[in-house]
Design a protein around this ligand. Structure first.
Ligand code: ATP
Length: 459
């Protein structure tokens, strides 16, 4: 690493002296920091009309109050990559709240403003989602802490809190400098070469979430981590302490990572980098997951149409969490999410039992009570054709079969309260699964028969 050893960096970091950290961030940037400019106004003309119009109006409003306004982040990156993006991130030098209020007024929409973080948001009727922030400097009291936010002096200082050079490009929106690209960290070159480069060596320690963001970006763009950033990623993933990292933030980022079908490149990346350590999990990621993920998508398409209430990202992530074990139970997440995450771990023993020819009632007895999502996970993980066929048969033919009679009907027909009620209902159900007793009348008649026989047995 040269000039400053990584161990020294960790020492400074863990000493928790945020002023020192800031100094090191600025002094040990991974690239030469200087103002590189380029006129991008011709490219802006190619933006979708609603985005262009919004940017012009927002720029004019800033100009009216002599405030500087910049477009930053993913949108600038995606202009170069020619990828459509409906999210805009703006940074304003000046009083953000009154600016947002007036901007929201122009578009006649509601806005949100957070004074602590100096951020705001508005959504336009055309679907554009706009995040705004004042110039901010962030420091982190420990790895993964929420940052302490102070006003930054200028846009350069604001940019130091960003994750990758390709996300550090800013575009000026004021009239005199309309479309002027400012590239302090040589992000344009990294963009052209497909490189993910951190701005400074503290970056992953400051906010380990950036590791997941980088992986998402790598999958989306095909970019790779540049050597030194990669070394830092490995070092942080193997050595840093994530005990105080907010699970909530990690899961939010995981939700984005698994929001779309799992790309084979994602499996490859997760096999190489132990990213699940951010969730305090040591997982072996099997190559088979590529195929399993593909299979999951086809089942999601097939069963999703039935309007099952399936959160697809949870399903995708559950495939990776197959061996996570019960630690997941301690996560503060929705209980149905936990059940899906744990499905394979809890029910893998069933897969062995399902690897033979089973009568309908035997099959139903094994799988009864499992939710659709759990069944889908087992289906994808199943190793043999016979197991898959059994699970599919249960899902398609048996699962929705319900009795049209209940315990009250049996009581009304002279049965005393007691365990026999359950036994008789089970018996009727078993016969129903075999394909007969379609109507309520047939089920009642059969139940009466059983009640009568049980009475005879007693006598
Ligand atoms: P995408 O389009 O893939 O969601 P984005 O880059 O627009 O990506 P946002 O989450 O909208 O992502 O964030 C906007 C910008 O804010 C990013 O480009 C990045 O510069 C910065 N940013 C967001 N989250 C972080 C973070 N955890 N650490 C550092 N910078 C961040």
């Amino acid at each position: 690493m040269g000039i400053i050893e990584r161990q020294d960096l960790l020492a400074v970091y863990y000493a928790g002296n945020s002023r020192e950290q800031t100094k090191y961030r600025h002094e040990y940037s991974l690239v030469e920091v200087k103002k590189r400019e380029r006129d991008l106004s011709p490219l802006l003309k190619k933006l979708p009309a609603d985005i262009l119009r919004f940017l012009e109006i927002a720029g004019d409003l800033a100009e009216k109050y002599q405030l500087r306004l910049y477009l930053v982040g993913g949108q600038v990156r995606d202009i170069f990559l020619k990828v459509e993006n409906r999210d805009l991130d703006l940074v304003l030098e000046g009083d953000l709240e009154s600016y947002i209020r007036e901007l929201a007024d122009v578009f006649k929409v509601q806005y949100i403003y957070n004074a602590q973080f100096r951020t705001g948001n508005l959504v336009l009727p055309c679907g554009l989602n706009i995040d705004l922030a004042g110039l901010r400097r962030e420091s982190y009291r420990y790895s993964g802490a929420l940052p302490d936010v102070e006003p930054a002096e200028d846009i350069l200082e604001d940019l130091f809190r960003r994750d990758y050079t390709v996300n550090s490009l800013v575009l000026s929106l004021n009239k005199a400098e309309w479309g002027l690209l400012l590239d302090f960290f040589n992000g344009l070159e990294d963009l052209q070469e497909g490189k993910l480069r951190l701005l400074h060596p503290f970056s992953f320690l400051d906010d380990p979430i950036r590791i997941i963001r980088g992986i998402r970006l790598a999958v989306k763009t095909g970019f790779t981590f540049e050597e030194e950033s990669f070394a830092l990623l490995e070092e942080v993933l193997t050595k840093a302490d994530f005990s105080r990292l907010s699970l909530d933030r990690v899961l939010k980022e995981m939700e984005l990572l698994f929001a779309s079908p799992v790309d084979p490149a994602l499996v490859a990346l997760l096999r190489s980098y132990p990213v699940f350590r951010l969730l305090k999990l040591e997982l072996e990621i099997d190559e088979k997951l590529t195929e399993q993920a593909r299979e999951l998508e086809s089942y999601l398409a097939e069963f999703g149409e039935k309007n099952y209430n399936i959160e697809e990202w949870v399903m995708r992530m559950a495939l990776f969490l197959a061996d996570a074990g019960e630690g997941v139970l301690n996560w503060k997440v929705r209980s149905d999410f936990k059940e899906i995450f744990l499905a394979y771990y809890r029910y893998k023993h069933l897969l062995v039992e399902l690897d033979r020819n089973l009568a309908a009632d035997e099959l139903a007895a094994k799988l009864k009570g499992l939710r659709d999502e759990e069944l889908l996970i087992l289906l994808v993980k199943a190793g043999s054709r016979r197991i898959k066929e059994n699970i599919l048969r249960y899902m398609k033919e048996l699962k929705d079969i319900e009795l049209k009679i209940n315990g009250r009907d049996l009581l009304a027909n002279g049965l005393e309260p007691g365990p026999l009620i359950r036994e008789i209902l089970d018996e009727v159900y078993r016969k129903r699964l075999k394909g007969s007793l379609d109507t309520r009348e047939e089920q009642l008649a059969y139940a009466r028969d059983l009640i009568r026989k049980s009475g005879e047995n007693k006598e």
